[in-house]
Design a protein around this ligand. Structure first.
Ligand code: C2E
Ligand code: MG
Ligand code: MG
Ligand code: MG
Length: 288
């Protein structure tokens, strides 16, 4: 096929380039057609609300079904799309698709969408979000935008004004991956977050590092004092779940609750063992 020939030729003449650079170029080229060829898909991962014991929201996570390479993780292609600017149309597609899926397939649930700092830097971003919401007919309060600390560092005043104006339309704002960036506690009081998502590295470490217990407790208390919802990411087993519930987290997300899946197969109800644990039955104590 002409396109792959072109690519091979292109590579031959770029011998000086490192492998990593070459890989990026190839991905960047392939990204050009990915939207029009419908190679992107959104997966949805459930979030368990501990107070009600039910799944009340989903995080939309993009997947790229590459025609030759199969599924490529966002961790690999999002950085490429960010540096090439392709994240702008991709981000629009994500927002549009997530809102339509929310309307068609996830009634009553909230939908969380990840936003790259590059999208946020685009002057049209807030209007684009408002337009997508209007087009979808989904109430703004059902949409949550997940942002990371990097975005706040770049242009503090601008970030604050955009987030404030989005919040006025009813959109919720979550601080994603809390604790791993250049975290500053000042951000928590200065920015109008509705939700803090504790990064999964803290949950993973829990068994091996008692300091992380203290950190989780502190974040939970701080978040409560600031009226924010605390979500723990990366909940992988019953021990994680019981610990985080006892710590006072509001919501849990992780493979143990449900892996990210296409809309048709994403988990809608909590598994029976989880429901039992939430009702106060600890595993193995059911008297059998
Ligand atoms: P994130 O927003 O922090 O999303 C959570 C990541 O953790 C997801 O990886 C999810 O699959 C993974 N995860 C969830 N539960 C568990 C668990 O129990 N154990 C482990 N080991 N991992 C778990 P994924 O889907 O590969 O996405 C990686 C990152 O790519 C996301 O991190 C987000 O920063 C970015 N991303 C994903 N979709 C989008 C998108 O539509 N737009 C933008 N801008 N970024 C996206
Ligand atoms: Mg996220
Ligand atoms: Mg995260
Ligand atoms: Mg992340």
């Amino acid at each position: 096929e002409a396109k792959s020939n072109g690519r091979a030729t292109y590579c031959m003449f770029q011998e000086g380039m490192g492998d990593a650079v070459r890989q990026r170029r190839l991905l960047e080229e392939d990204l050009h057609d990915a939207i029009s060829e419908q190679q992107f898909e959104l997966y949805y991962q459930p979030r368990l609300d501990l107070a009600s014991g039910s799944i009340t929201s989903y995080e939309a996570l993009i997947r790229w079904n590459h025609p030759e390479r199969g599924i490529i993780s966002p961790a690999e292609f999002i950085p490429v799309a960010e540096s090439s600017g392709q994240i702008i149309p991709i981000g629009k597609w994500v927002l549009h698709t997530a809102l339509n899926d929310a309307r068609e397939h996830l009634p009553d649930a909230r939908i969380s969408v990840n936003v790259s700092p590059v999208q946020f830097r685009d002057n049209d971003f807030a209007d684009e979000v408002r337009r997508s919401i209007e087009d979808s007919g989904v109430p703004a309060k059902r949409l949550e935008l997940e942002i990371t600390e990097n975005l706040l560092i770049e242009d503090d005043a601008r970030a604050l004004s955009i987030l404030t104006s989005l919040k006025q339309t009813g959109v919720k704002i979550a601080l994603d991956d809390f604790g791993v960036g250049y975290s500053s506690l000042g951000y928590l009081s200065r920015f109008p977050f509705d939700t803090i998502k504790i990064d999964r590295s803290f949950i993973k470490d829990r068994g091996y590092n008692t300091n992380t217990h203290a950190i989780i407790d502190t974040v939970v208390r701080l978040g409560k004092a600031l009226n924010m919802t605390i979500v723990a990411e990366g909940v992988e087993d019953m021990a994680n779940l019981l610990f985080l519930k006892a710590s006072g987290c509001d919501e849990l997300q992780g493979y143990f609750i449900g892996k990210p899946k296409p809309i048709a197969t994403t988990v809608r109800r909590v598994a029976p063992d989880i429901a039992l644990a939430l009702a106060g039955h600890t595993p193995g104590s059911d008297g059998n």
